[in-house]
Design a protein around this ligand. Structure first.
Ligand code: IPE
Ligand code: IPE
Ligand code: MG
Length: 266
C-alpha cells in the first residue's frame, strides 16, 4: 500500500501542494455532485453542467493516474437518478458514448483500464455498447483502473450479493459457516478490484454531506472528505487539496496510535 510512482511532470505540482508522494491512497472514490447547480448558477440548462462534468472526468482521471492512484471510482449515475426528467436521463445515458469515443485512445495511452459497476442490463442498448467497447478496448491496460458506477446503488448491490450467496449455499457450493467479510466481499460488484475494493478516501463535491447509496459496505473505514466545489469546477489542484486533507487524517481502524497505549506509571 502507498507505494506509488509519480509521473515526473506531476511531481512539481505535488510538491507545491505539499503532498507526501508516499501517502497517496490506493483507491479514491468520488461522488461527482453539483453539475445541475453549476449550470443553473450560469443560467444554463442542467445538461450543460453534465457536459462540463464530462470534461472534468477526463482531467481528473489523468491527474489521478499521474499520481499513481490504483483505482479511481466515479459515481456517474445512481439507481435513484431514474427519477429525474426524461430529457436529463436521456442526456446522461448518452454521455458514456460521447466520453469513450473521445477519450479511449487517451486512456489507452495512459494505460488506464475501464471497469463498470452497477446494473448494466437496464441501460439503453447504445449505452451498454459504449461501455462494453471501452472495457474491451482497455482490457490489457495495467495502470489505474477507472471504475465508473453506472446505474449503481449500494443497497441493491448488497441484496444481489446476498441472493447470489444464498443460491450458492442452496447448491452446496458455499458453507454458511464460512461466510466471513472477505468471502462476502467476493459477491459484491467491487470484487474484481481486489485488493483495492475498499476506497481509502471518498470525496463528495458540491457541499452535500451524504453518501447517496454509494459503496456502503466498502466505505466502512474510508476517510470522507466533503468539498464545496461543484464538480464542473473541480480541478487537479482541488484533488491535491483533498488528498492533503486525507494525508493529515489519522486512520486508526478501531485501534490506537502506537504510543497511545503506553502507561507512563508502569
Ligand atoms: C451530479 O450532479 C451528476 C449526477 C447525479 C448524474 P447533479 O446533477 O446531481 O447536480 P445537482 O446536485 O443537481 O447540482
Ligand atoms: C449522487 O448524487 C449520485 C451521483 C453523483 C451519480 P445525487 O445528486 O443523485 O444525490 P442526492 O439526490 O443529492 O442525494
Ligand atoms: Mg446532485
Amino acid at each position: 500500500m502507498f507505494s506509488n510512482i509519480i509521473k515526473k511532470d506531476t511531481k512539481n505540482r505535488v510538491e507545491a501542494a505539499q503532498l507526501d508522494p508516499q501517502l497517496i491512497p490506493d483507491h479514491v472514490a468520488i461522488i461527482m455532485d453539483g453539475n445541475g447547480r453549476w449550470a443553473q448558477n450560469k443560467h444554463l440548462p442542467r445538461v450543460a453542467g453534465h457536459k462540463q462534468g464530462m470534461e472534468v472526468v477526463e482531467t481528473i482521471t489523468e491527474a489521478a493516474s499521474d499520481l499513481g492512484i490504483k483505482v479511481l471510482s466515479l459515481y456517474a449515475f445512481s439507481t435513484e437518478n431514474w427519477r429525474r426528467p426524461n430529457e436529463e436521463v436521456n442526456y446522461l445515458m448518452g454521455l458514456p458514448n460521447k466520453f469513450f469515443s473521445r477519450f479511449v485512445p487517451k486512456l489507452i495511452r495512459n494505460n488506464v483500464r475501464v471497469n463498470v459497476i452497477g446494473d448494466q442490463s437496464q441501460l439503453p442498448e447504445k449505452t451498454q455498447e459504449a461501455v462494453n467497447n471501452a472495457i474491451a478496448d482497455t482490457k490489457d491496460c495495467t495502470g489505474m483502473v477507472l471504475n465508473f458506477a453506472l446505474n449503481y446503488g449500494s443497497r441493491s448491490e448488497i441484496l444481489s450479493a446476498v441472493k447470489a450467496a444464498a443460491i450458492d449455499v442452496k447448491k452446496g457450493r458455499l458453507e454458511p459457516e464460512t461466510i466471513d467479510e472477505q468471502r462476502f466481499s467476493q459477491y459484491l460488484m467491487t470484487a474484481s478490484l481486489a485488493p483495492y475494493g475498499d476506497p481509502d478516501l471518498l470525496i463528495r463535491t458540491s457541499g452535500e454531506q451524504r453518501i447517496s447509496n454509494f459503496l456502503l459496505w466498502q466505505i466502512a473505514y474510508s476517510e470522507l472528505v466533503f468539498t464545496d466545489v461543484y464538480w464542473p469546477d473541480y480541478q487537479p489542484e482541488d484533488l491535491y487539496q483533498d488528498l492533503l486533507v486525507f494525508q493529515k487524517r489519522d486512520r486508526r481502524f478501531g485501534g490506537i496510535k502506537p504510543n497511545e497505549g503506553e502507561n507512563k506509571n508502569k
